[in-house]
Design a protein around this ligand. Structure first.
Ligand SMILES: [Zn+2]
Length: 464
C-alpha cells in the first residue's frame, strides 16, 4: 500500500466516524423482514429510520446507542411493506352525505390502505379539504389523490360532473380542474360525444394532465390511445377494441347494449395486439373485477348480515338500493351482460399482464356502489386479480407500485427504501406466500404516524 492510499483510507475512516454522531428520528422500526415486491425478495433483520414522514435510511441490524428516536418499534421478525393503494374509490352522494363519506376514511386505514385515488364525485370541496387535513395529520385517513368532478356531456350520468358540449367548454373545464389542483382527469359517458372525448384527451395532453375514466361506447379505444389516453377504468373499453365486430356494432348506436355482442365476438388474437399497443403506450387499466362480481350476484346474495354494514351510514346504505333495482330490471329483460362481463374481464387479465399492461387494483367503493365496502373491497379486488391468474407479487404490484406509477410518483412510493414516503404496513405473516396475510395487520404507518392494532380497533369501534 502506498503512503497516499494509506492517507486516503485514513480520511475515509475519519469522515465516516464523523457521520456516526447521534442522529435523531421520529420513528425507528427494527428487526423487520422487508418485502421487496418488485423482485419478490425478503430481507431479514432490517431497521427502518423515519423522520418527517419519510424513510431516511434502511439497513441491516441496529445499534441503539447511535441514534435517538421518539418511538421505537420492535417488529420481532414481522413483515414490512408499503401501505396499500386503492386506485378507484368515490366520495359522493351530495351535501347531506358529506359526514357519512368523511366517516369512511378510517376504514381504509384499518384495512392497510394508506392511499386512495378518488375517481370523481359531487363533493369535491370536502374531498379537497380532507386531502389537505390528512396531509397535515389533522385527520385520520388515507392520502387522497383526486380527479375532482368528472367531465361528461350536457346530460351527465352523475351529479356534480362538469358538462362539456364543445371545445370552449373543454378548455374552461380543464382550466377549472387545474385551478382545483386535481391529480388527473376523469371522463364519463352519460352523453359525452366521441368527438368531445377525443378533444378532452388532446387538450389534457397539451397540459400534461393524465386522463382516464369511461369512454363513450361510440368512440374508438385505439384512437383514444393514439391521442394520448393514459388509463381506462373498467374493462368495457379495452373489450371493445378486442372485437372485430366493434365498428359495425358502433353504427347500430346501442350504447352499452353493445357489450353482449362484443363479448360474443371477442377475438383473443386481436386482443393480443390491442394489449401490446396498450403496453407500448403505457395505458393503465383498472379492471374493477370485485364490484363486477358483487353486482352480478346482487340478487342472489343476502347482504343484510354483512358485518361491514355496521360502519356504513344509513344515508349511504339507502343509495345501495339503486343497484338492486337495476339488477331486477336487467333480470326481467333477460340481460346476461353483468355475468358475461365478469367472465370475460377475468379472462382478459392474464393476457394483459403478459403483454406488460399495467393493471391497477381499484375497488370502486363508495355510495351507490352497493356492498362494495371501503377497505375490505380492495382486498376483494386483489383476490379477484389473483383468481384471474396473477401471482401474489403481481397482484400486490397492481396496488402499491402501479398506483404511484400512474401518477408519476414511482420515486416516492412503492418500496421500503431511503427517500420514500413512510407509508408502511407491518404484517404478522408474509403476503407473498398468501394474499390473506395482507389482512393480518400488526400496524399501519401513514407518513410516519403509527396506527397500531389497538389504535385501529379504537377507530373502528368509534365508527360503529
Ligand atoms: Zn367508479
Amino acid at each position: 500500500m502506498t503512503k497516499l492510499t494509506c492517507f486516503l483510507l485514513l480520511l475515509i475512516v475519519l469522515s465516516s466516524c464523523n457521520n456516526k454522531e447521534t442522529k435523531s428520528y421520529d420513528l425507528v422500526i427494527y428487526n423487520a423482514q422487508i418485502i421487496d415486491v418488485e423482485d419478490e425478495s425478503v430481507s431479514e433483520a432490517q431497521s427502518i429510520f423515519i423522520a418527517e414522514g419519510k424513510i431516511v435510511e434502511v439497513r441491516e441490524g441496529i445499534d441503539k446507542e447511535k441514534f435517538v428516536t421518539d418511538r421505537l418499534i420492535d417488529a420481532d421478525g414481522k413483515f414490512v411493506m408499503p401501505g396499500l393503494w386503492d386506485n378507484h374509490v368515490h366520495f359522493r352522494g351530495g351535501d347531506t352525505l358529506i359526514g357519512e363519506n368523511k366517516d369512511l376514511l378510517p376504514l381504509f386505514l384499518a384495512y392497510g390502505i394508506t392511499t386512495v385515488r378518488d375517481a370523481g364525485g359531487d363533493i369535491t370541496p370536502s374531498v379537497m379539504e380532507w386531502k389537505d387535513q390528512i396531509a397535515k395529520a389533522e385527520l385520520d385517513g388515507p392520502r387522497i389523490f383526486s380527479s375532482g368532478p368528472k367531465l361528461d356531456g350536457d346530460k351527465p350520468a352523475w351529479p356534480g360532473s362538469i358538462q362539456v358540449s364543445d371545445s370552449g367548454d373543454i378548455v374552461a373545464a380543464l382550466d377549472s380542474l387545474e385551478k382545483l389542483d386535481v391529480d388527473y382527469v376523469k371522463t364519463y359517458d352519460g352523453n359525452l360525444s366521441a368527438e368531445n372525448y377525443y378533444k378532452i384527451i388532446e387538450e389534457a395532453e397539451k397540459r400534461d394532465l393524465k386522463v382516464t375514466g369511461h369512454m363513450p361506447m361510440s368512440a374508438d379505444f385505439m384512437k383514444a390511445i393514439s391521442l394520448g389516453l393514459d388509463g381506462t377504468e373498467h374493462m368495457y373499453y379495452p373489450l371493445k377494441a378486442c372485437s372485430p365486430a366493434a365498428d359495425s356494432l358502433t353504427k347500430l348506436d346501442l350504447g352499452y347494449g353493445m357489450i353482449e355482442p362484443l363479448i360474443d365476438t371477442y377475438d383473443p388474437d386481436l386482443a393480443e395486439k390491442v394489449f401490446e399497443k396498450m403496453s407500448e403506450e403505457n395505458v393503465f387499466v383498472t379492471p374493477t373485477l370485485y364490484i363486477g362480481k358483487t353486482l352480478s350476484e346482487i340478487l342472489e346474495v343476502d347482504h343484510r348480515q354483512d358485518s361491514l354494514l355496521n360502519y356504513i351510514g344509513s344515508g349511504i346504505q339507502k343509495t345501495y338500493q339503486g343497484r338492486i333495482e337495476g339488477a331486477k330490471r336487467a333480470k326481467a329483460s333477460g340481460s346476461k351482460m353483468r355475468e358475461k362481463m365478469e367472465e370475460i374481464s377475468a379472462r382478459m387479465i392474464e393476457p394483459m399482464q403478459n403483454a406488460g399492461v399495467k393493471l391497477l387494483a381499484g375497488s370502486d367503493c363508495g355510495a351507490f356502489n352497493s356492498y362494495v365496502y371501503p377497505g375490505q373491497s380492495l382486498h376483494g379486488e386483489l383476490h379477484a386479480l389473483s383468481n384471474a391468474g396473477l401471482s401474489n407479487a403481481q397482484v400486490i404490484k397492481t396496488s402499491i407500485i402501479n398506483g404511484p406509477e400512474f401518477l408519476d410518483l414511482g420515486s416516492e412510493y412503492g418500496s421500503i427504501a431511503s427517500g420514500k414516503v413512510a407509508d408502511i404496513l407491518i404484517l404478522d405473516k408474509n403476503p407473498l406466500e398468501n394474499m390473506d396475510n395482507l389482512k393480518k395487520i400488526y400496524a399501519v404507518i401513514k407518513s410516519g404516524e403509527v396506527y397500531d392494532r389497538e389504535r385501529l380497533n379504537t377507530m373502528l369501534e368509534n365508527l360503529r
